[in-house]
Design a protein around this ligand. Structure first.
Ligand code: NAP
Length: 256
């Protein structure tokens, strides 16, 4: 029996089979979950095509986390397919690569900072609140971060947004713990996804990890990260919330 047997899980942020969310969906299904996925806008057609590879093909919902109507209608959309959710995966981030990433930190306009924080951090709270009516018996929310306790080359305002995401997760843990809803983030090492390719100079991360990760690190292997997300969705972390679990080959534990 799989560790997610009988659970209903929404994975938000699946575009390609290189998306971390795709791998989470695949492993969650293998572990017995009924999986729904979401994405938004023009990329929906890509998602529709790629999820045909999953078995069974998951329900696809449209959720732009900056669209209040999408969020307000989400619970009803989900109820057309399952009567509750046991878990929600937030695998979403965006910052303007022209202005907010790649060394432009000192001159980034406020509007681009707002967008980065809205899409990449605030949305953990708004998505969770949109799903809350579906988790009246408790549940597990998992987000994805790139350890924002320190600065990184080129990551700039996405780093600030990730720090906000990590803090948002701790506040959700505080406010929703009494309802039995856990909220945790997985701090992954660099993975070769579309989001990473959009960051100018992100190849530097691969060199840093190749040099410093005690366990080594394969930027093409989504499995360790996706498995950690699935574990946090399961009943195997019943008393863990507000936590950041590193899946980075151990790099965070090294000083140089
Ligand atoms: P990805 O495949 O590009 O996934 C990011 C997802 O966010 C995409 O599906 C994207 O949709 C979606 N998104 C962007 N704006 C949105 C909005 N307004 N509403 C709803 N969805 C929106 O890249 P990924 O690397 O798997 O990223 C997943 C998560 O892992 C992100 O939080 C990322 O920061 C985090 N993470 C990634 C790495 C890494 O090295 N790749 C490391 C640590 C953490 P579109 O494709 O349609 O824009």
């Amino acid at each position: 029996m799989g560790i997610l047997e009988g659970k209903n899980i929404l994975v938000a942020g699946v575009t390609m089979n290189t998306s971390i969310g795709y791998r989470v969906a695949e492993i969650a299904q293998r572990e017995g979950a009924t999986v729904l996925v979401s994405n938004f806008g023009r990329a929906l057609s890509l998602t529709r095509r790629i999820i045909k590879r999953l078995d069974p093909e998951p329900v696809l919902l449209e959720v732009d986390v900056t669209n209040d109507e999408h969020l307000a209608g989400l619970a009803d959309q989900v109820r057309e397919h399952v009567d509750h959710l046991d878990g929600v995966v937030h695998s979403i981030a965006f910052a303007n690569p022209e202005t907010a990433l790649g060394g432009k930190f000192l001159t980034t306009p406020a509007d681009d900072v707002k967008t980065a924080i809205h899409v990449s951090a605030y949305s953990l709270a708004s998505l969770t609140m949109a799903c809350r009516p579906l988790m009246s018996s408790g549940g597990s929310v998992v987000g994805l971060t790139f350890d924002a306790r320190q600065s990184w080359p080129t990551y700039d305002w996405m780093g600030v947004a990730k720090a906000a995401l990590e803090s948002t997760s701790r506040y959700l843990a505080r406010y929703l713990g009494p309802d039995g809803i856990r909220c945790n983030v997985v701090a992954a090492g660099p993975l070769s996804t579309i989001a990473k390719k959009a960051i100018p100079g992100a190849e530097t991360f691969d060199d840093i990890w190749a040099e410093r990760a005690p366990l080594g690190w394969d930027p093409k292997d989504l499995d360790p990260t996706a498995r950690a997300v699935v574990a946090l969705l399961s009943d195997w972390f019943p008393a863990t919330t507000g936590e950041m679990v590193h899946v980075d080959g151990g790099l965070h534990s090294t000083g140089a």
